[in-house]
Ligand binder design. Sequence first.
Ligand code: CA
Length: 415
Amino acid sequence: MVTTSSSAAVSHVGRIRSNNQDSAYSGAHLFLVADGMGGHAGGDVASAIVAQRVAEADQSYANPHDAEFALQSALIAANSLLAETVFEHSELTGMGTTASGMIRVGGQMVIAHIGDSRIYRLRDGELEQITADHTFVQRLVDSGRITPEEAAVHPRRSVLMRVLGDVDAAPEIDTKILDTRPGDRWLLCSDGLSSYVAEEKIASILQTVTGTQAAADRLVKESLDHGAPDNVTVVIEDIGDVEDTAAGPLFVGSAAAPLSFENETARRPIRLPTLLLHPLKATQPEDAHFEPEREGYLEELLEEDRRRAIRRRVTWIVAVVVAIAAIVAAVVIGYQWTQSRYYVGVDHGRVAVYRGVQQNVGPIKLSSVYQPTTIEVSDLSSFERQNVERTIAANDLRDALAIVDRLQNAAGAKQ
Ligand code: CA
């Protein structure tokens, strides 16, 4: 059966942000996600400029190497366009954007990527992340300093090491060419999806929801259900036997609207219902931002990470010491209490006053003979003997001595 490729793109502002700084493009051959950043305005402009400029490379290519060259060139041209825009609109200084794009050429998929948006390929039920995040935490993971689980909650997880923007004239763009075949499902997404929806959940939705539009809608809904603190953008392409060259070009996110440089400057405050509905997710994540790789910056971040690790270790040690001190104090207080107790029992066939309690803690005895007597147990009546052998509890030392007196008299009377 001959199937046609199909694609869908969805972008949502999310539940907390006031504007959508993501852009995406879904065309006949080319697909792209861009996640903009920068001050109170600029992120939406940056991602829109890049999406619209790179979309110009949406054509049929003779071979994947031509497509790779065209995609990379389009990204570099878009980068220059960002610099020119900042030159004309200084209020946009510092804007930047991620860009993850792909062009299909027959059975090959050409990938170009910079930043922390992601491209995944679902094949035979297995979801594989194709791109590597250009983030500080990914560097820590790569160097074995932290685990991917620690990276997901790291306070610096939004720090990007590479983006397109007015900061770098020669951005370092990763490219690769992978094979693709009918049945493959490709996903491009911004971190508004991948940072808030677990990869297993993404995989299960891609495995089970048929139709690109339904699957894209479902993924965006999943992020919204998790509070969607960030803009969330999803592009899906299902590979069929025939490329869907009839697909009309579709822009979503900020690239879908005419470019505007009159951006609102104030952020909308976090609304109360959001806080109530999503108490754990409603905290605004630190803004994604780009940190140029200036001299010594990575070392500063690593130093900060080391200090955090030391703080964690110190906190842990203090907690352990406090716990041990509490246990020792409880034991001391408990032991002191046992030593204020008295009872009457038998010692070597004679009645004796014991200090402590009869119970032992493992091999540790909690009582000892406090005062021996000369009263032979054998002189007591069988009733009194049984009592003494079972031990007679006393309220205090006086009480214990009074019991001894009583036994003395009883033994005397028997004799
Ligand atoms: Ca984002």
